[in-house]
Design a protein around this ligand. Structure first.
Ligand SMILES: C[C@@](CO)(OP(=O)(O)O)[C@H](O)COP(=O)(O)OP(=O)(O)OC[C@H]1O[C@@H](n2ccc(N)nc2=O)[C@H](O)[C@@H]1O
Ligand SMILES: Nc1ncnc2c1ncn2[C@@H]1O[C@H](COP(=O)(O)OP(=O)(O)O)[C@@H](O)[C@H]1O
Length: 293
């Protein structure tokens, strides 16, 4: 059996890491309605998982236990597979199983990361050999967050989130709180009260603590659960919204400090936190996906 045929028979199991936006400034709006951003993407060691195997007949089939993600045909995993298949004109198909661990609509880039891992995994299995830059360019039409997951490194981002400059960050532990509510990214960006005129900053300003998430005031007003989560987490560290939410996060001095905060959450009696899930994640500069190939 040749190496390639061995590759093509064994399912490929790949992670789809989450991300945090350590800050998010909205500096303008393009004619097509998309917003110009400045943000710092911090990849995390926690996320979804995909299992991908080749189907020689060209069919793309998909399964996922999480029934809340809408019709399979609209799933970002299926859309990414179809996009690569059409772009490369490969006659091969795939069967993809998605193991969902990240809440959807949580500001963690779950769907975008699933799409990025699908592009990377199929590019490997189908031997279509596109460069990461080409995959990222293909992926931006699936979501503004897809390119950072394809390139696989924490990054300073501008544009709509696709103009990336890799950065090396400290990789701390974070406590992440995910309220039960689902925040629609498009709803926040189209809201009349959203701040859209922040002045561009340099990374030195971020490091000096002069940054924020421009979506945070609006999301806190629209979603009281998010407001409660930020107020509670602020007792333990500099809490902030990630992306358009609903999740909020705070960096911790150590893993033990993070565990202590989760313990405090589990014993908190605040009803406003009742549907909020807490978890610990470690920042990683390099995505674990490429290490699996
Ligand atoms: C806001 C960010 C910050 O990282 O993350 P999330 O909060 O979604 O995780 C991203 O820019 C989200 O990227 P993504 O989640 O892929 O959003 P998309 O599907 O591309 O866009 C959903 C909708 O949000 C609006 N949108 C998104 C990105 C952007 N720079 N400007 C926008 O105006 C558009 O109305 C778009 O139709
Ligand atoms: N594989 C997927 N995982 C999560 N959401 C998905 C997926 N495919 C499509 N979606 C849709 O994308 C939206 C949320 O995308 P997601 O990236 O999880 O949000 P966010 O960007 O806020 O982290 C939801 O409306 C969900 O229905």
């Amino acid at each position: 059996m040749t190496a390639m045929s061995e590759n093509s028979t064994r399912p490929l199991r790949l992670p789809a890491p989450a991300k945090l936006n350590l800050f998010l400034h909205i500096t303008g709006r393009r004619p097509d309605g998309y917003h110009e951003l400045q943000t710092l993407f911090q990849l995390l060691d926690h996320g979804d998982e995909l299992e991908i195997s080749i189907q020689p007949d060209g069919q793309i089939t998909f399964e996922c236990q999480d029934q809340t993600l809408g019709a399979p045909d609209n799933n970002l995993v299926v859309r990414a597979a179809r996009q690569l298949q059409q772009h490369t004109r490969t006659g091969l198909g795939a069967h993809i199983t998605l193991y969902k661990h990240l809440p959807a609509g949580a500001g963690l880039g779950g769907g975008s990361s699933d799409a990025a891992t699908t592009l990377i995994g199929l590019n490997h299995l189908w031997q279509t050999n596109l460069t990461l830059e080409a995959l990222a360019e293909l992926g931006v039409s699936l979501g503004a967050d897809v390119p950072v997951f394809v390139m696989g490194h924490s990054a300073w981002a501008e544009g709509i989130g696709e103009k990336l400059t890799p950065v090396t960050l400290p990789e701390p532990y974070f406590v992440v709180l995910s309220p039960a509510c689902h925040v629609n990214t498009g709803e926040i960006f189209s809201h009349q009260q959203l701040t859209r005129d922040s002045s561009p900053i340099k990374i030195a300003a971020f490091l000096a603590g002069q940054s924020r998430n421009d979506c945070e005031p609006l999301v806190r007003r629209l979603y009281p659960e998010v407001d409660s989560a930020i107020q509670w987490l602020s007792k333990f560290g500099p809490a902030r919204l990630t992306g358009t939410g609903s999740s909020v996060f705070a960096p911790m001095a150590s893993e033990q400090a993070a565990r202590n905060v989760l313990q405090a959450l589990n014993t908190a009696e605040d009803p406003a936190l009742s549907g909020t899930k807490g978890w610990i994640a470690k920042g990683v500069n390099r995505s674990p996906v490429l290490k699996c190939l």
